[in-house]
Design a protein. Structure first.
Length: 230
């Protein structure tokens, strides 16, 4: 991580200064609420508004086990990916042991967003299938996200792909199916977009939050990233 919070790494991703200690209450949704309140207005204009029913593509956990080619469905976007701004990937947790893309979208709409703030959501079997991947409308339409807090939140929301694991990583571990799906998705995005491992970060790397939580398997996850995909 860069020592100077205002510097970029060689691939253009910004980093924050060293984190400060914070309470558990702040760690769950507090920082994200602030971020979404701050960027909600501008993102609403960028979104152009979305229908009331959740929009997106759902890949079941069974699809994940059928081979690497199955994940390629996420690249069948409604808007061409040529010239896309994606330079980084940010990993989050939902902060709740139960949930789905639908329930998270309801929370985000209550924060005055027009829909789901993440590009991808991975279920844990409580509210959505274990390892199920929801591909959100922001990804299908190549729109900015609304997922990252902190001083450089606006940059990450516009240039980074937000992936949310359903669960509270400060209370318990994520399921093996979730982590397998996360690795599969991140590796596919790295290959397709040329995103280096150093630009695959946790929300806690760039904002004063613990997300995706102390039980997120950081070392094991990073070992499976592609160092330099291009």
């Amino acid at each position: 991580m860069a020592k100077n919070g205002r510097s970029r790494n060689r691939s253009g991703a910004r980093r924050k200064p060293a984190k400060k200690a914070m309470s558990r209450a702040q760690a769950v949704w507090g920082a994200l609420v602030l971020a979404m309140t701050a960027v909600g207005g501008s993102l609403w204009l960028l979104d152009g508004g979305k229908p009331s029913q959740i929009d997106g593509l759902r890949l079941s956990a069974l699809v994940a086990s059928s081979g690497p080619s199955s994940i390629d469905q996420i690249f069948d976007t409604r808007v061409p990916m040529q010239g896309s701004p994606w330079k980084a990937i940010v990993i989050h947790h939902s902060g709740s042991t139960y949930g789905s893309a639908e329930s998270i979208e309801r929370d985000h709409k209550a924060m005055s967003l027009s829909g789901l703030g993440y590009h991808f959501v991975i279920g844990n079997g409580n509210g959505a299938g274990d390892g199920e991947l929801h591909v959100g409308y922001r990804w299908l339409d190549q729109l900015p996200g609304a997922h990252t807090a902190g001083e450089y939140g606006d940059w990450y929301n516009r240039n980074a792909i937000g992936i949310c694991l359903v669960g509270d990583g400060d209370r318990r571990e994520f399921t093996p199916a979730q982590i397998a799906r996360l690795v599969q998705t991140v590796q596919a995005l790295q290959r397709q977009l040329g995103i280096p491992a150093q630009n695959v970060i946790l929300h806690s790397d760039v904002a004063h939050t613990t997300s995706p939580g102390k039980f997120f398997p950081v070392a094991a996850f990073r070992e499976q990233l592609i160092p330099s995909p291009r």
